[in-house]
Design a protein around this ligand. Structure first.
Ligand code: HEM
Length: 526
């Protein structure tokens, strides 16, 4: 060290005012833009270094090719093939978008591990979801609070409860059979896009099951027409702030309007059950549990079925709609397409539908009848396996999580278990890319391979509506098979998968329906 340096550093230490002046002089010599450039450079280097640290040894781009934003632009239009390439790149892979570090787990066992590690992870919702679904909503609960609330809700989806919802659902199915036929007639029975009709029927069926006759036809139509605005508002890539006339603003308006309707329905259900009325929908079943717990000896019943406010009930019912709408619409699109494209499958469904009704096509649905639809149930299950509506479920890491012996997911990162690869695992499902309902016969590899059945997730957040889905779809496809002939126009995009929250045929599903005589199979012109 030279004498000069010692002197100058001495000076710096002994005289702060001189230090300040020197710094000010230095700053004057560099222009503002140089400063900005330097800051950007530091930011860029920090971004890359932080990415490398978090990435560790797992698969993923070597560097963030687009600094800071990462593949943000691609996420506006997610492609199924790109997701698949990512899953194939390694059992753990990563990507970084802005400050979010995202880790994708593609193997069955790692996906299961994540679903079941509630100590380390919780479901990840987009920032704006809290505003749209409201902060008080039960879906944002974690740990014991979540488990307790779930136990309150489980009673609404038992076999016995579901059987109460069937009659009003069936009436609605009859209505939509006629609607689909008339809608096709309007177009001279030439195939037309049915994507929106599928979303509408699913929304209407859910609303009927949840709210029974408390919700009016006009309200059902309004919610069914507008609900897609909620889906659009809750897409993974959206502004976290609600600005008037943007997607999130429209989404919130629809959510508030829908919850207001549900609040009114909850009040009517309370009055109906208090007056000794019969339970025919989810709200009734809920009020009945609350009512019964008041006279129950069980402290547990009193705890789980305490008095819920109308607002609380409306928020919960909204989460059922939110959880069901996109996934059920996806399943509806695929099942109508797949069955139409396979006349042998349709013929077997029809044969079974007549059998379970003892030859009377107008026999009303019951849970026992649906249980006896062995083949139809296999078709529903195979559709869910072949085209799982939900392909990935984002979770967020609450504390550093050792996902494998060599990789720890850092706190704050997004960790995504995938469902599709486990459901296309050739070890459990031979020829996984073929649609084979028979693979589900009792005792088969597929039906025994429970660990691979991740369609509805697993662990504390496993889908609340899974039994409801299987029941509703077996009933629905069975009735359409009996009372309609439907045709699908196959296009080059029919088997291409479009990702819009869940997955859909890229051509939006071109169908036409005609009325069918269930006894002769002949088409009846209306
Ligand atoms: C084809 C239709 C459906 C599919 C494929 C599906 C799939 C899923 C999946 C993958 C999850 C996440 C599970 C996890 O994180 O472990 C989930 C959660 C959930 N589903 Fe479904 N679902 C469907 C329909 C429904 C319906 C009809 C309802 C309501 C009636 C419903 C209610 C819920 C709820 C409330 C949750 C969150 C549970 C919690 O956080 O405790 N789902 N669903």
């Amino acid at each position: 060290m030279s004498v000069d340096t010692i002197i100058s550093s001495d000076t710096i230490i002994s005289s702060p005012s001189t230090t300040f002046e020197t710094a000010a002089n230095f700053l004057q010599t560099i222009s503002t833009w140089k400063l900005v450039l330097s800051l950007i450079l530091v930011g860029l280097v920090y971004d890359q270094v932080s990415y490398q640290q978090k990435k560790g040894s797992i698969a993923g781009p070597k560097y963030k090719v687009w600094p800071i934003i990462g593949p943000f632009l691609e996420s506006f239009d997610p492609k199924f093939e790109e997701y698949k390439a990512k899953w194939d790149s390694g059992e753990l892979s990563c990507v970084s978008i802005f400050h979010k570090f995202v880790i994708i787990a593609s193997s069955r066992d790692l996906s299961r591990k994540i679903f079941q590690s509630s100590k380390f992870v919780k479901p990840c919702v987009v920032d704006v979801a809290v505003k749209i679904l409201r902060p008080s909503n039960w879906v944002f609960l974690d740990g014991k609070d979540h488990t307790d609330y779930r136990r309150s809700l489980n009673g609404l989806f038992t076999q016995q409860a579901l059987s109460q919802y069937l009659p009003s659902q069936e009436k609605l199915m009859d209505k939509y059979i006629n609607h689909f036929i008339n809608y096709s007639k309007e177009n001279d029975y030439k195939p037309r896009v049915f994507f929106h009709e599928m979303r509408e029927i699913m929304c209407a069926l859910s609303l009927k099951a949840f709210c029974g006759d408390y919700i009016t036809e006009d309200q059902i139509r309004k919610v069914a027409d507008d609900y897609y605005l909620v889906t659009a508002a809750l897409e993974l890539v959206n502004f976290p702030i609600i600005i008037p006339y943007t997607k999130t603003w429209y989404g919130k308006r629809v959510a508030d309007m829908t919850m207001k309707i549900f609040e009114g329905c909850a009040q009517m259900a309370k009055e109906h059950i208090a007056n000794g009325g019969e339970s025919v929908c989810v709200l009734d079943a809920w009020c009945k549990l609350i009512n019964d717990s008041k006279t129950s000896e069980s402290e547990e019943a009193k705890f789980y079925h305490r008095e819920f406010t109308n607002r609380e009930m409306s928020e919960a019912i909204f989460t059922f709609l939110f959880a069901s709408q996109d996934a059920s619409s996806s399943l509806a699109c695929w099942i109508f397409q797949i069955v139409a494209d396979r006349p042998d499958v349709l013929a077997k469904i029809r044969e079974e539908q007549m059998k379970v009704r003892n030859g009377n096509p107008n026999q009303r649905l019951s849970l026992d009848m649906i249980d006896n639809m062995t083949y139809t149930n296999m078709v529903v299950k195979e559709t869910l396996r072949y085209r799982p509506p939900v392909i990935m479920v984002p979770y967020v890491v609450k504390q550093d999580f050792p996902v494998t012996s060599s990789y720890t997911a850092p706190k704050g990162s997004m960790l995504i278990p995938t469902l599709y690869p486990a459901l296309h695992d050739p070890e459990v499902y031979e020829q996984p890319d073929e649609f084979i309902p028979e693979r589900w016969v009792e005792g088969s590899k597929a039906s025994e391979g429970k660990k691979n059945w991740l369609v509805f997730g697993t662990g504390p957040h496993v889908c609340l509506g899974q039994k409801y889905v299987l029941m509703t779809f077996a009933g629905l496809i069975g009735k359409f098979a009996l009372h309609t002939n439907w045709e699908h126009e196959v296009t080059p995009l029919s088997e291409t998968i479009k990702v819009f929250a869940t997955i859909f045929p890229k051509d939006d599903l071109l169908l036409t329906f005609t009325k069918r005589d269930p006894l002769t199979g002949e088409t009846i012109k209306v």
